[in-house]
Write a protein that binds this ligand. Sequence first.
Ligand code: C2E
Ligand code: CA
Ligand code: CA
Ligand code: CA
Length: 280
Amino acid sequence: LGMARRQHRRHQTYQEGQDEQHLRQLTLIRDLQEAVSGQQLWIAYQPKVDVRSGEVIQFEALMRWQHPTLGFVPPDEFISLAERSGNIRILSRWMIDTVCAQLHEWQRQGHHVSAAINLSAADVMDIDLPERLLGTLNHYGLEPRQLGLEVTESAVMQDADLAIQSLEQLSQAGMLIAVDDFGTGYSSLAQLKRLPVHELKIDKSFMLHLNTLEDDLTIVRSTIELGHNLGLRLVAEGVKNQANAILLGQLGCDYLQGYWIARPMPAYQVIAWLNDFQPL
Ligand code: C2E
Ligand code: CA
Ligand code: CA
Ligand code: CA
């Protein structure tokens, strides 16, 4: 009897946890649109550093949401909810406009900063994407080189022909395109060859045990070799310590990004951080 009651109670708390989770998701989806107009979103910038010159080459722009009652909501949570509820393009438009406005402001102050934004599947399948991006860059007096794009293979593959056509156009215009999270999911080398990309970002999961696990080292080494053979630049994300960085340098990795160099920071800290930064 005691056991049955215990199981019943366990089931009850499981059910309550499920309900709570579901309620949270509904609340977040409901509040997503208001987040944009209600100024609850902001952008964190994380630098990417050139291994050889030691210089900062670009900042990745990462979205942040401070919800009025739920507090900080992790992007992995709200981005996927926005994707599933059809709200992602609203967030992406806000992102494109806000990053370009920020780059314009830095440029006006005499700082030449470039940034990269992350795109979802719905963005790369949006027929208006090239015009929106190039139009916004033009509006803020920016060169296409100053804005990079990060896309995952799975996002591109949802409608490869359309995505490749858009990315081709943006690449021709001078924008730099990176394949994000490379090495996770199904990577198809045949597809990779078709993509108009300049960079491969090796997923951060490989950095965790890079210096201790032979397997991870082998994967990272072959990815760098493969990327270089295809004429691409290699970026390691999630670089967590100096041992990581040194090893990646020895392996010929081009750019590094990770908490060891800098955590993502709000826009107002970027210029001060750049001024203090000691090339690696
Ligand atoms: P991502 O594009 O792969 O971005 C890298 C994530 O790793 C970021 O998490 C970053 O803060 C984190 N990171 C950077 N260095 C380190 C490190 O050394 N160690 C560890 N453990 N983590 C590190 P974040 O900002 O939480 O973003 C998570 C994901 O949410 C991103 O992964 C991206 O897929 C998505 N995301 C963020 N902002 C946007 C956006 O504006 N649009 C879209 N579509 N997706 C976004
Ligand atoms: Ca990214
Ligand atoms: Ca990534
Ligand atoms: Ca990711």
